[in-house]
Design a protein around this ligand. Structure first.
Ligand SMILES: Cc1cc2nc3c(=O)[nH]c(=O)nc-3n(C[C@H](O)[C@H](O)[C@H](O)COP(=O)(O)O)c2cc1C
Length: 201
């Protein structure tokens, strides 16, 4: 598999702002990644404010990252005319992290009514990797049905559930391990990622 170079990262209004922050950091630090298309929903902004005291939309991606990056392209959720809204634009993979049940429902049912939903819809129609890091608990029947629908259409349902067997020392390490798993899934294995059984090799 050739390394994906052009990644869309969408953040929606589910709990898990630190996952988005660690994903952005990992993508920005990865030399194989040339472009990061970043979109946050309005609800994501509310959750950022609640969870990590990050407020406002202006330069949100840079603020999240903690520094500027020439790779970053931040889009507005309403801009359905952005490059990534078209299948002619070569996105390698899209990650929705965290993915709310609302956005899952929209993607699973082909609504495509904002840039996050449309970009996901484009990935599905173009058979490009789409990873939905869903976050809710417990799931109701509608959530479960929508996960199955999205999976049948080609998306990977990758729940934002952390691992504990790697003994994370804090929530950042927990989020990093999760991010490493998602990136390995789309063909971007990360140096230093925890791997069960490595001692056996
Ligand atoms: C602090 C906070 C945490 C939330 N956590 C979740 C969650 O974990 N999962 C979820 O599906 N919705 C969660 N919500 C509700 C969503 O933000 C809400 O359904 C929203 O309409 C989703 O919109 P979006 O998909 O456009 O981002 C949360 C809302 C707030 C304010």
């Amino acid at each position: 598999m050739t390394a994906p170079r052009n990644i869309t990262l969408a953040v929606t209004g589910a709990s898990g702002s630190i996952y988005a922050r660690e994903m952005l950091r990992a993508l920005a630090n990865d030399d194989r990644v040339e472009r990061i298309h970043f979109i946050a929903s309005d609800s994501a902004l509310r959750v950022f404010a609640e969870e990590i005291e990050l407020c406002g939309r202006n330069n949100l991606a840079e603020k999240l990252l903690g520094s500027p990056s020439t790779k970053l392209r931040q889009h507005v959720e309403s801009d359905i005319g952005a490059s990534i809204a078209s299948g002619s634009y070569p996105v390698s993979a899209m990650i929705v992290l965290p993915c709310s049940m609302g956005t899952l429902a929209a993607i699973a049912n082909g609504l495509a009514s904002n840039l996050i939903q449309r970009s996901a819809d484009v990935c599905l129609k173009e058979r490009r990797p789409l990873v939905l890091c869903v976050r809710e608990t417990p799931f109701n029947r509608i959530h479960l049905r929508n996960m199955l629908l999205a999976n049948e259409a080609g998306a990977t349902i990758f729940p934002a559930i952390p691992t504990l067997y790697n003994h994370p020392g804090n929530t950042t390490e927990m989020a990093q391990q999760f991010v490493h798993r998602v990136l390995a899934h789309i063909g971007l294995p990360q140096p230093g990622a925890y791997q069960w059984g490595r001692a056996d090799e």
